[in-house]
Design a binder for this molecule. Structure first.
Ligand SMILES: Cc1ncc(COP(=O)(O)O)c(C=O)c1O
Length: 442
Protein backbone atom coordinates (compact mmCIF):
# COMPACT_ATOMS: atom_id res chain seq x y z
CA UNK A 1 0.00 0.00 0.00
CA UNK A 2 1.54 3.29 -1.08
CA UNK A 3 -0.02 5.44 1.63
CA UNK A 4 -0.55 9.18 1.47
CA UNK A 5 2.28 9.70 3.94
CA UNK A 6 5.22 7.60 5.01
CA UNK A 7 5.55 9.60 8.24
CA UNK A 8 2.05 9.45 9.64
CA UNK A 9 0.48 6.44 11.35
CA UNK A 10 -3.00 5.54 10.10
CA UNK A 11 -5.63 3.86 12.25
CA UNK A 12 -7.17 0.80 10.57
CA UNK A 13 -10.84 1.49 9.89
CA UNK A 14 -13.06 -1.59 10.08
CA UNK A 15 -16.68 -0.51 10.50
CA UNK A 16 -19.04 2.42 10.04
CA UNK A 17 -22.54 3.20 11.25
CA UNK A 18 -24.44 6.48 11.17
CA UNK A 19 -21.98 9.30 11.87
CA UNK A 20 -19.40 6.96 13.41
CA UNK A 21 -16.39 4.98 12.17
CA UNK A 22 -14.55 2.38 14.30
CA UNK A 23 -10.94 1.27 14.03
CA UNK A 24 -9.48 -2.18 14.59
CA UNK A 25 -8.58 -1.29 18.20
CA UNK A 26 -12.22 -0.51 18.96
CA UNK A 27 -11.80 3.29 18.99
CA UNK A 28 -14.83 5.23 17.79
CA UNK A 29 -14.58 8.41 15.66
CA UNK A 30 -17.36 10.88 14.93
CA UNK A 31 -17.09 11.69 11.23
CA UNK A 32 -17.53 15.47 11.33
CA UNK A 33 -16.06 15.96 7.85
CA UNK A 34 -17.87 13.13 6.00
CA UNK A 35 -14.31 11.85 5.35
CA UNK A 36 -13.57 14.60 2.78
CA UNK A 37 -17.12 15.92 2.32
CA UNK A 38 -18.11 12.54 0.88
CA UNK A 39 -20.57 10.82 3.22
CA UNK A 40 -23.98 12.50 3.26
CA UNK A 41 -26.43 9.70 4.20
CA UNK A 42 -24.44 8.19 7.07
CA UNK A 43 -22.22 5.12 7.21
CA UNK A 44 -23.39 1.51 7.13
CA UNK A 45 -26.80 1.98 5.50
CA UNK A 46 -27.70 -1.61 4.68
CA UNK A 47 -30.09 -0.91 1.82
CA UNK A 48 -27.19 0.55 -0.19
CA UNK A 49 -25.08 -2.57 0.29
CA UNK A 50 -28.16 -4.62 -0.64
CA UNK A 51 -28.71 -2.71 -3.89
CA UNK A 52 -25.05 -3.11 -4.84
CA UNK A 53 -25.04 -6.85 -4.09
CA UNK A 54 -28.23 -7.36 -6.08
CA UNK A 55 -26.76 -5.53 -9.10
CA UNK A 56 -23.51 -7.52 -8.85
CA UNK A 57 -25.48 -10.77 -8.75
CA UNK A 58 -27.53 -9.79 -11.83
CA UNK A 59 -24.87 -8.14 -13.96
CA UNK A 60 -21.56 -6.89 -12.64
CA UNK A 61 -20.25 -5.08 -15.72
CA UNK A 62 -20.61 -4.44 -19.42
CA UNK A 63 -18.59 -2.03 -21.53
CA UNK A 64 -20.34 1.18 -22.60
CA UNK A 65 -19.14 0.68 -26.20
CA UNK A 66 -21.28 -2.47 -26.37
CA UNK A 67 -24.26 -2.01 -24.05
CA UNK A 68 -26.30 0.34 -22.00
CA UNK A 69 -28.00 -0.95 -18.81
CA UNK A 70 -31.33 -0.36 -17.06
CA UNK A 71 -29.57 1.02 -13.99
CA UNK A 72 -27.64 3.56 -16.10
CA UNK A 73 -30.69 4.71 -18.07
CA UNK A 74 -32.92 5.00 -15.03
CA UNK A 75 -30.36 6.66 -12.79
CA UNK A 76 -29.41 9.17 -15.52
CA UNK A 77 -33.05 10.23 -15.79
CA UNK A 78 -33.42 10.47 -12.00
CA UNK A 79 -30.30 12.60 -11.77
CA UNK A 80 -31.48 14.93 -14.54
CA UNK A 81 -34.74 15.38 -12.65
CA UNK A 82 -32.79 16.06 -9.45
CA UNK A 83 -30.69 18.68 -11.28
CA UNK A 84 -33.88 20.54 -12.19
CA UNK A 85 -35.75 22.10 -15.04
CA UNK A 86 -32.69 23.63 -16.70
CA UNK A 87 -31.32 20.16 -17.46
CA UNK A 88 -34.48 18.83 -19.05
CA UNK A 89 -33.50 17.10 -22.30
CA UNK A 90 -29.87 16.93 -21.21
CA UNK A 91 -27.77 13.82 -20.57
CA UNK A 92 -25.52 12.35 -17.89
CA UNK A 93 -22.04 10.89 -18.31
CA UNK A 94 -21.04 8.64 -15.38
CA UNK A 95 -17.45 8.29 -14.16
CA UNK A 96 -15.61 6.91 -11.13
CA UNK A 97 -15.15 10.20 -9.24
CA UNK A 98 -14.54 13.92 -9.24
CA UNK A 99 -11.28 14.17 -11.19
CA UNK A 100 -12.54 11.91 -13.99
CA UNK A 101 -15.69 14.01 -14.15
CA UNK A 102 -13.70 17.23 -14.43
CA UNK A 103 -11.58 15.74 -17.23
CA UNK A 104 -14.77 14.67 -18.97
CA UNK A 105 -16.34 18.13 -18.62
CA UNK A 106 -13.25 19.88 -20.03
CA UNK A 107 -13.26 17.63 -23.09
CA UNK A 108 -17.01 17.95 -23.48
CA UNK A 109 -16.70 21.76 -23.50
CA UNK A 110 -14.00 21.57 -26.16
CA UNK A 111 -15.94 19.16 -28.33
CA UNK A 112 -19.10 21.26 -28.03
CA UNK A 113 -17.24 24.27 -29.42
CA UNK A 114 -15.80 22.23 -32.28
CA UNK A 115 -19.24 20.81 -33.10
CA UNK A 116 -20.79 24.29 -33.39
CA UNK A 117 -17.99 25.47 -35.64
CA UNK A 118 -15.92 27.33 -33.01
CA UNK A 119 -12.78 25.30 -33.65
CA UNK A 120 -10.43 27.90 -32.17
CA UNK A 121 -12.03 27.64 -28.76
CA UNK A 122 -9.91 25.36 -26.59
CA UNK A 123 -8.96 27.36 -23.49
CA UNK A 124 -10.60 26.58 -20.17
CA UNK A 125 -10.46 29.55 -17.82
CA UNK A 126 -10.61 28.91 -14.11
CA UNK A 127 -9.94 30.52 -10.73
CA UNK A 128 -7.02 30.86 -8.36
CA UNK A 129 -7.49 29.21 -4.94
CA UNK A 130 -9.63 26.41 -6.33
CA UNK A 131 -9.41 22.63 -6.54
CA UNK A 132 -10.79 20.53 -9.36
CA UNK A 133 -8.93 17.24 -8.98
CA UNK A 134 -5.69 15.30 -9.03
CA UNK A 135 -5.31 14.32 -12.70
CA UNK A 136 -3.15 16.58 -14.87
CA UNK A 137 -6.04 18.19 -16.75
CA UNK A 138 -7.92 18.88 -13.52
CA UNK A 139 -4.74 20.17 -11.87
CA UNK A 140 -4.20 22.55 -14.79
CA UNK A 141 -7.49 24.29 -14.09
CA UNK A 142 -7.04 24.12 -10.30
CA UNK A 143 -5.47 26.92 -8.29
CA UNK A 144 -4.48 25.05 -5.15
CA UNK A 145 -0.79 25.98 -4.98
CA UNK A 146 0.46 23.18 -2.76
CA UNK A 147 -1.30 20.42 -4.66
CA UNK A 148 -0.03 21.73 -8.02
CA UNK A 149 3.43 23.08 -7.48
CA UNK A 150 5.73 20.19 -8.41
CA UNK A 151 3.55 19.14 -11.35
CA UNK A 152 3.37 22.57 -12.96
CA UNK A 153 6.02 21.83 -15.61
CA UNK A 154 3.76 19.01 -16.80
CA UNK A 155 0.51 20.90 -17.21
CA UNK A 156 -0.89 23.17 -19.91
CA UNK A 157 -2.37 26.21 -18.26
CA UNK A 158 -4.77 28.98 -19.19
CA UNK A 159 -5.78 32.11 -17.32
CA UNK A 160 -6.76 31.85 -13.63
CA UNK A 161 -8.84 34.73 -12.26
CA UNK A 162 -9.23 35.77 -8.62
CA UNK A 163 -11.86 34.52 -6.17
CA UNK A 164 -13.85 36.90 -3.93
CA UNK A 165 -12.98 36.02 -0.34
CA UNK A 166 -15.01 38.32 1.86
CA UNK A 167 -13.21 37.69 5.17
CA UNK A 168 -10.01 38.92 3.49
CA UNK A 169 -11.64 41.31 1.03
CA UNK A 170 -8.99 42.97 -1.14
CA UNK A 171 -11.31 45.91 -1.89
CA UNK A 172 -12.38 46.89 1.67
CA UNK A 173 -16.02 46.58 0.63
CA UNK A 174 -18.77 47.94 2.84
CA UNK A 175 -21.64 46.45 0.81
CA UNK A 176 -21.25 42.71 1.66
CA UNK A 177 -18.75 42.52 -1.18
CA UNK A 178 -21.26 43.25 -3.95
CA UNK A 179 -18.75 45.69 -5.38
CA UNK A 180 -15.78 43.34 -5.29
CA UNK A 181 -17.86 40.49 -6.74
CA UNK A 182 -18.51 42.71 -9.77
CA UNK A 183 -14.80 43.56 -9.97
CA UNK A 184 -13.83 39.87 -10.00
CA UNK A 185 -16.46 39.22 -12.66
CA UNK A 186 -15.04 42.10 -14.74
CA UNK A 187 -11.58 40.50 -14.54
CA UNK A 188 -13.04 37.29 -15.92
CA UNK A 189 -14.51 39.26 -18.81
CA UNK A 190 -11.08 40.78 -19.54
CA UNK A 191 -9.54 37.30 -19.50
CA UNK A 192 -12.13 36.04 -21.95
CA UNK A 193 -11.43 39.01 -24.23
CA UNK A 194 -7.67 38.50 -23.87
CA UNK A 195 -8.13 34.87 -24.99
CA UNK A 196 -9.13 36.33 -28.39
CA UNK A 197 -11.94 33.94 -29.22
CA UNK A 198 -10.15 30.87 -27.85
CA UNK A 199 -12.05 30.50 -24.55
CA UNK A 200 -14.17 27.33 -24.58
CA UNK A 201 -15.33 27.21 -20.97
CA UNK A 202 -15.00 28.60 -17.47
CA UNK A 203 -14.90 26.18 -14.54
CA UNK A 204 -15.64 27.23 -10.95
CA UNK A 205 -16.73 25.91 -7.57
CA UNK A 206 -19.97 27.74 -6.65
CA UNK A 207 -18.75 27.60 -3.06
CA UNK A 208 -15.07 27.12 -2.51
CA UNK A 209 -14.41 23.67 -1.07
CA UNK A 210 -11.14 22.47 0.40
CA UNK A 211 -8.84 25.28 -0.79
CA UNK A 212 -10.50 28.26 0.89
CA UNK A 213 -12.76 26.37 3.27
CA UNK A 214 -16.42 26.92 2.43
CA UNK A 215 -16.13 30.51 1.19
CA UNK A 216 -19.50 31.58 -0.21
CA UNK A 217 -19.69 33.98 -3.16
CA UNK A 218 -20.86 37.55 -2.55
CA UNK A 219 -24.30 38.60 -3.81
CA UNK A 220 -24.47 39.19 -7.55
CA UNK A 221 -21.06 37.66 -8.35
CA UNK A 222 -22.10 34.29 -9.78
CA UNK A 223 -24.99 35.88 -11.66
CA UNK A 224 -22.51 38.33 -13.26
CA UNK A 225 -20.12 35.48 -14.14
CA UNK A 226 -22.95 33.47 -15.71
CA UNK A 227 -24.11 36.44 -17.78
CA UNK A 228 -20.57 37.19 -19.00
CA UNK A 229 -19.89 33.59 -20.03
CA UNK A 230 -23.24 33.36 -21.80
CA UNK A 231 -22.67 36.61 -23.67
CA UNK A 232 -19.22 35.50 -24.85
CA UNK A 233 -20.21 31.97 -25.90
CA UNK A 234 -18.08 30.44 -23.12
CA UNK A 235 -19.58 27.36 -21.46
CA UNK A 236 -20.26 27.74 -17.76
CA UNK A 237 -19.01 24.64 -15.94
CA UNK A 238 -20.03 24.33 -12.27
CA UNK A 239 -17.86 21.94 -10.27
CA UNK A 240 -20.21 20.61 -7.61
CA UNK A 241 -18.11 17.60 -6.69
CA UNK A 242 -18.17 18.79 -3.09
CA UNK A 243 -21.23 21.05 -2.97
CA UNK A 244 -23.67 18.92 -4.97
CA UNK A 245 -26.28 16.30 -4.07
CA UNK A 246 -27.78 18.25 -1.19
CA UNK A 247 -24.78 19.16 0.92
CA UNK A 248 -25.49 22.90 0.99
CA UNK A 249 -29.22 22.50 1.60
CA UNK A 250 -30.17 22.64 -2.09
CA UNK A 251 -29.99 19.79 -4.61
CA UNK A 252 -27.10 21.70 -6.18
CA UNK A 253 -25.46 24.81 -4.71
CA UNK A 254 -25.99 26.88 -7.87
CA UNK A 255 -29.67 27.00 -6.90
CA UNK A 256 -28.81 29.38 -4.03
CA UNK A 257 -27.86 31.99 -6.63
CA UNK A 258 -30.34 31.06 -9.35
CA UNK A 259 -27.76 30.39 -12.05
CA UNK A 260 -27.94 27.70 -14.71
CA UNK A 261 -24.61 26.19 -15.77
CA UNK A 262 -24.20 24.51 -19.15
CA UNK A 263 -22.36 21.62 -17.52
CA UNK A 264 -22.67 20.46 -13.91
CA UNK A 265 -20.13 18.12 -12.33
CA UNK A 266 -20.78 16.06 -9.23
CA UNK A 267 -19.24 13.13 -7.29
CA UNK A 268 -18.60 12.56 -3.53
CA UNK A 269 -22.18 12.76 -2.16
CA UNK A 270 -23.49 11.16 -5.37
CA UNK A 271 -22.64 7.76 -3.93
CA UNK A 272 -21.96 9.02 -0.39
CA UNK A 273 -18.77 6.97 -0.59
CA UNK A 274 -20.47 3.59 -1.03
CA UNK A 275 -18.83 3.20 -4.47
CA UNK A 276 -16.48 5.21 -6.70
CA UNK A 277 -18.86 7.41 -8.69
CA UNK A 278 -18.98 10.78 -10.41
CA UNK A 279 -21.23 12.36 -13.00
CA UNK A 280 -21.19 15.09 -15.63
CA UNK A 281 -24.64 16.48 -16.25
CA UNK A 282 -24.79 18.22 -19.61
CA UNK A 283 -27.57 20.56 -20.65
CA UNK A 284 -29.62 19.96 -23.80
CA UNK A 285 -27.69 22.64 -25.70
CA UNK A 286 -24.42 20.74 -25.23
CA UNK A 287 -25.88 17.31 -25.92
CA UNK A 288 -27.78 18.44 -29.01
CA UNK A 289 -24.66 19.99 -30.52
CA UNK A 290 -22.86 16.64 -30.45
CA UNK A 291 -25.91 14.58 -31.38
CA UNK A 292 -26.62 16.78 -34.40
CA UNK A 293 -22.92 17.14 -35.26
CA UNK A 294 -20.41 14.31 -35.32
CA UNK A 295 -22.76 12.10 -33.30
CA UNK A 296 -20.17 10.72 -30.88
CA UNK A 297 -18.44 12.04 -27.77
CA UNK A 298 -14.75 11.28 -28.27
CA UNK A 299 -14.02 10.14 -24.75
CA UNK A 300 -14.37 7.08 -22.52
CA UNK A 301 -13.11 5.14 -19.53
CA UNK A 302 -13.41 1.36 -19.22
CA UNK A 303 -15.35 1.79 -16.01
CA UNK A 304 -17.66 4.64 -16.90
CA UNK A 305 -21.28 3.90 -15.93
CA UNK A 306 -20.22 0.89 -13.86
CA UNK A 307 -23.46 -0.93 -12.94
CA UNK A 308 -22.52 -1.67 -9.31
CA UNK A 309 -21.49 1.96 -8.65
CA UNK A 310 -24.69 3.15 -10.29
CA UNK A 311 -26.78 0.82 -8.16
CA UNK A 312 -25.11 2.41 -5.13
CA UNK A 313 -25.75 5.93 -6.43
CA UNK A 314 -29.37 5.18 -7.22
CA UNK A 315 -30.01 3.71 -3.79
CA UNK A 316 -28.25 6.71 -2.19
CA UNK A 317 -30.45 9.18 -4.09
CA UNK A 318 -33.54 7.20 -3.07
CA UNK A 319 -32.37 7.43 0.55
CA UNK A 320 -31.63 11.16 0.27
CA UNK A 321 -35.21 11.65 -0.91
CA UNK A 322 -36.96 9.21 1.44
CA UNK A 323 -35.46 10.69 4.61
CA UNK A 324 -35.49 14.27 3.29
CA UNK A 325 -31.78 14.89 3.73
CA UNK A 326 -31.52 17.96 1.48
CA UNK A 327 -33.96 19.65 3.84
CA UNK A 328 -31.93 18.40 6.83
CA UNK A 329 -28.86 20.12 5.40
CA UNK A 330 -30.60 23.47 4.92
CA UNK A 331 -29.08 25.89 7.43
CA UNK A 332 -31.71 28.51 6.60
CA UNK A 333 -34.49 26.42 8.16
CA UNK A 334 -34.74 26.34 11.96
CA UNK A 335 -34.49 22.94 13.60
CA UNK A 336 -32.46 21.24 10.85
CA UNK A 337 -29.01 19.67 11.21
CA UNK A 338 -27.70 22.48 9.00
CA UNK A 339 -29.10 25.15 11.32
CA UNK A 340 -27.80 23.37 14.44
CA UNK A 341 -24.34 23.16 12.89
CA UNK A 342 -24.28 26.85 12.04
CA UNK A 343 -25.29 27.88 15.57
CA UNK A 344 -22.81 25.53 17.22
CA UNK A 345 -19.87 26.57 15.03
CA UNK A 346 -20.65 30.28 15.50
CA UNK A 347 -20.10 29.74 19.23
CA UNK A 348 -16.39 29.15 18.48
CA UNK A 349 -15.93 32.79 17.48
CA UNK A 350 -15.07 33.71 21.06
CA UNK A 351 -11.81 31.74 20.77
CA UNK A 352 -8.76 33.95 20.19
CA UNK A 353 -7.54 31.74 17.34
CA UNK A 354 -10.85 31.66 15.44
CA UNK A 355 -10.94 34.42 12.84
CA UNK A 356 -13.92 33.35 10.76
CA UNK A 357 -16.72 30.81 10.68
CA UNK A 358 -18.46 30.45 7.33
CA UNK A 359 -20.38 28.19 5.01
CA UNK A 360 -23.80 27.06 3.96
CA UNK A 361 -25.75 23.97 4.88
CA UNK A 362 -23.51 21.11 5.93
CA UNK A 363 -20.38 22.57 4.34
CA UNK A 364 -18.65 24.92 6.75
CA UNK A 365 -15.19 26.34 7.37
CA UNK A 366 -13.39 27.61 10.46
CA UNK A 367 -10.42 29.86 9.71
CA UNK A 368 -7.71 30.25 12.33
CA UNK A 369 -5.61 33.38 12.87
CA UNK A 370 -2.64 34.27 15.05
CA UNK A 371 -4.04 37.80 15.56
CA UNK A 372 -7.75 38.40 15.39
CA UNK A 373 -7.48 42.18 14.82
CA UNK A 374 -5.00 42.11 11.96
CA UNK A 375 -6.19 38.68 10.69
CA UNK A 376 -2.50 37.68 10.51
CA UNK A 377 -2.24 33.92 9.90
CA UNK A 378 -0.08 31.53 11.92
CA UNK A 379 3.37 30.85 10.46
CA UNK A 380 2.82 28.00 7.96
CA UNK A 381 5.53 25.86 9.63
CA UNK A 382 3.43 25.79 12.80
CA UNK A 383 0.88 23.73 10.83
CA UNK A 384 -1.85 24.98 13.13
CA UNK A 385 -4.79 23.40 11.28
CA UNK A 386 -2.92 20.09 11.13
CA UNK A 387 -2.30 20.25 14.87
CA UNK A 388 -5.95 20.96 15.58
CA UNK A 389 -6.87 18.06 13.27
CA UNK A 390 -4.56 15.68 15.17
CA UNK A 391 -5.87 16.89 18.54
CA UNK A 392 -9.43 16.27 17.27
CA UNK A 393 -8.44 12.78 16.12
CA UNK A 394 -7.05 11.95 19.57
CA UNK A 395 -10.44 12.99 20.94
CA UNK A 396 -12.31 10.74 18.52
CA UNK A 397 -13.34 13.41 16.03
CA UNK A 398 -12.64 13.50 12.30
CA UNK A 399 -12.23 16.93 10.65
CA UNK A 400 -10.58 18.08 7.39
CA UNK A 401 -7.61 20.42 8.13
CA UNK A 402 -6.11 22.49 5.31
CA UNK A 403 -3.48 25.20 4.88
CA UNK A 404 -2.98 27.92 2.30
CA UNK A 405 -6.24 29.88 2.34
CA UNK A 406 -4.45 33.24 2.60
CA UNK A 407 -1.97 32.96 -0.27
CA UNK A 408 -1.61 29.30 -1.16
CA UNK A 409 0.89 28.67 1.66
CA UNK A 410 -0.14 30.59 4.79
CA UNK A 411 -3.56 30.37 6.38
CA UNK A 412 -5.16 27.54 8.33
CA UNK A 413 -8.69 26.25 8.29
CA UNK A 414 -10.85 23.25 9.05
CA UNK A 415 -13.51 22.02 6.68
CA UNK A 416 -16.57 20.64 8.43
CA UNK A 417 -19.00 18.49 6.40
CA UNK A 418 -20.83 15.89 8.51
CA UNK A 419 -23.37 13.38 7.25
CA UNK A 420 -26.88 14.90 7.22
CA UNK A 421 -28.11 12.34 9.76
CA UNK A 422 -26.08 13.98 12.52
CA UNK A 423 -28.08 14.99 15.64
CA UNK A 424 -27.84 18.30 17.57
CA UNK A 425 -26.28 16.38 20.51
CA UNK A 426 -23.58 14.92 18.27
CA UNK A 427 -22.93 18.38 16.80
CA UNK A 428 -22.66 19.84 20.30
CA UNK A 429 -20.18 17.19 21.40
CA UNK A 430 -18.10 17.61 18.22
CA UNK A 431 -17.87 21.39 18.58
CA UNK A 432 -16.76 21.03 22.20
CA UNK A 433 -13.94 18.74 21.01
CA UNK A 434 -12.88 21.36 18.45
CA UNK A 435 -12.89 24.03 21.15
CA UNK A 436 -10.63 21.88 23.35
CA UNK A 437 -8.41 20.89 20.40
CA UNK A 438 -7.87 24.55 19.40
CA UNK A 439 -6.87 25.44 22.98
CA UNK A 440 -4.46 22.48 23.09
CA UNK A 441 -2.86 23.51 19.80
CA UNK A 442 -2.00 27.17 20.54
C1 LIG B 1 -14.51 20.74 -6.08
C2 LIG B 1 -13.78 19.47 -6.35
N1 LIG B 1 -13.59 19.05 -7.61
C3 LIG B 1 -12.95 17.92 -7.90
C4 LIG B 1 -12.44 17.11 -6.90
C5 LIG B 1 -11.73 15.84 -7.24
O1 LIG B 1 -12.52 14.75 -6.91
P1 LIG B 1 -11.88 13.30 -6.66
O2 LIG B 1 -11.00 13.42 -5.48
O3 LIG B 1 -13.11 12.43 -6.43
O4 LIG B 1 -11.17 12.92 -7.89
C6 LIG B 1 -12.59 17.49 -5.56
C7 LIG B 1 -12.03 16.68 -4.48
O5 LIG B 1 -11.94 17.08 -3.36
C8 LIG B 1 -13.28 18.69 -5.28
O6 LIG B 1 -13.46 19.13 -4.03
Amino acid sequence: MLRRSFRKPYPVAVRGEGVYVWDADGNRYLDFSGSAAVNFIGHGVREIAGAMAEQARQLEFVHTSQFTTPVAEEFAQELLDFAGEHFRGGAVYFTCGGSESVETALKLARQYQVEIGQKNRHQILSRQQSYHGATLGALAVSGNRKRREIYLPMVREFEHTGVPYCYRCAFDCTDSCYHCGQQYAAVLEHSIEAAKGEAAGFIFEPMSGATLGAVTPPPGYLQAIAEICHRHGVLLIADEVMTGMGRTGRNFAVEHWGIAPDILITAKGLSSGYAPLGAVIASKKVVDAIAAGSGAFLHGFTYNAHPVSLAAGRAVLRRVRSVNLVHAADSEVAGTAGAALKIALESLRDLEAVGDVRGLGLLCGIEFVADKKTKAPFPPEKNFAGRVGQACLRRGLLVYPMQGCVDGVAGDHLLIAPPAVITPEEIGWAVEQIRAAVKESI
